[in-house]
Design a protein around this ligand. Structure first.
Ligand SMILES: Cc1cc2nc3c(=O)[nH]c(=O)nc-3n(C[C@H](O)[C@H](O)[C@H](O)COP(=O)(O)O)c2cc1C
Length: 203
């Protein structure tokens, strides 16, 4: 693990950031099919992934990793998804096969956030899995803060071991999310949020 500690003198965050609060209060997903060009370039992605990796991580295990699926790789993996559909459903219609083929082609970039939680003498696997979820959330927040839109989804390919093998996952690794990133002008509708009264217990 690289040591990316910033000397205190270089930290500029003042501890108050109304813009950050606005982002956190208003962030909204944009459906993958609405995400178009431009997507993030390499430098922007590296920035986002650096932020994604800066999540609470009990024991410094880095129990997650990222697979960036961009360009031609999206179509190549889509062909693998289509082949699986054809194998499992020989009478699948062309629409179903096409949907699978396009599954990673909706957004310019898809980041597979991989949970590599493993049994550990001190750190419960559950905590490692939660950390991967936090990495997904950091990633969509970073993408949004950089002016992109994002969608954290899984869909069937996240649970199909044949597909995951093609993606390069080990047998004990799982997908925390396929984070789709791109641009869109689409106006997002409001989404009902839970009432605090329903989800908070004050003791
Ligand atoms: C682990 C995880 C997997 C998800 N998978 C899907 C999915 O496959 N399809 C989908 O439409 N939404 C999925 N969602 C929900 C979206 O990420 C998002 O929360 C939802 O569209 C609501 O939008 P919001 O982020 O603006 O609240 C998933 C969320 C999580 C946390």
């Amino acid at each position: 693990m690289s040591d990316q500690q910033t000397p205190e003198s270089e930290i500029h965050f003042t501890g108050e950031s109304p813009e950050t609060l606005t982002l956190l209060k208003t962030r909204r997903s944009t459906g993958a099919r609405l995400l178009g060009e431009p997507g993030p370039d390499r430098a922007q992605l590296e920035d986002m992934l650096t932020i994604a990796a800066r999540v609470p991580d009990h024991g410094k295990l880095a129990p997650w990793r990222f697979v960036v699926i961009a360009g031609e790789a999206r179509a190549r993996l889509g062909d693998e998804a289509a082949a699986i559909i054809k194998t499992d459903t020989p009478d699948a219609d062309e629409g179903q096969v096409e949907k699978a083929r396009n599954i990673l082609l909706r957004a310019p970039v898809v980041v597979a956030v991989v949970s590599s939680a493993r049994s550990h003498p001190k750190i419960p696997e559950w905590e490692q899995v939660l950390s991967a979820g936090a990495a997904c959330q950091n990633l969509i927040l970073a993408a949004t803060a950089m002016g992109f839109r994002a969608n954290w989804i899984t869909e069937w390919i996240a649970f199909d071991r044949r597909f995951l093998e093609k993606l390069g996952l080990a047998a004990d690794e799982r997908i925390a999310g396929f984070v789709h990133i791109g641009s869109s002008d689409a106006v997002r509708s409001l989404r009902a949020r839970p009432d605090l009264g329903e989800i908070v217990t004050w003791l």
